[in-house]
Design a protein around this ligand. Sequence first.
Ligand SMILES: NC(=O)c1ccc[n+]([C@@H]2O[C@H](COP(=O)([O-])OP(=O)(O)OC[C@H]3O[C@@H](n4cnc5c(N)ncnc54)[C@H](OP(=O)(O)O)[C@@H]3O)[C@@H](O)[C@H]2O)c1
Length: 178
Amino acid sequence: MANIVFIATSLDGYIADKQGKLDWLYSIPNPDNVDTGFNALMEDIDAVVMGRNTLDAVLSFNCDWPYTRPVFVLSNTLTHVPRGYEEKVCLVKGDLKEILAELNAKGFNDLYIDGGLTIQNFLNEDLIDRMVITRLPMLLGGRRPLFGELKNPLNFRVTISEILLETLVQTTYQRDKS
Ligand SMILES: NC(=O)c1ccc[n+]([C@@H]2O[C@H](COP(=O)([O-])OP(=O)(O)OC[C@H]3O[C@@H](n4cnc5c(N)ncnc54)[C@H](OP(=O)(O)O)[C@@H]3O)[C@@H](O)[C@H]2O)c1
């Protein structure tokens, strides 16, 4: 059972630029369309849990739906799943530990946790087991940071760190509770 973060950040730790956009993510040349881990992640997980803002961002891309697993979207404001996504998306809300207990009871054990505020909330409850962070060598200068304040410090072990596409530094951090 693992809650996994898989996310790209700028060198200064932002996950979206000042306009809230992700164009910078696609500025790294990748002529052979090398998969930097997303496809393998999809194979490893049972479901995705994301914040509503991340769903909005994905839907705004007008691309093919990227997820091959069920997606649970956290929201207090959405009253129904956007039209066309009823088979792919479920809405959930409330206490994160209760949501996780319900998902685990349904057999969704390995979860990809996505969205800035969502990841911060999970970390604040010490509910993240692994983080795969892909860092791009650029400074965005704001506005949405990956990390925020925490109730308690959390230690992680580095298990893998590698350079991808001669540009990206991808590091896997495993929560260390010892
Ligand atoms: N760099 C990357 O790899 C990457 C990856 C993912 C996202 N992003 C970017 O990050 C931004 C989105 O992140 P974000 O920090 O704005 O927000 P987010 O975590 O995607 O979504 C936050 C929203 O989730 C809902 N929420 C969170 N916890 C909840 C709970 N326990 N119960 C009910 N609802 C809950 C709330 O929605 P309501 O307001 O509906 O209540 C909240 O406003 C976008 O710009 C996106 O493009 C970047």
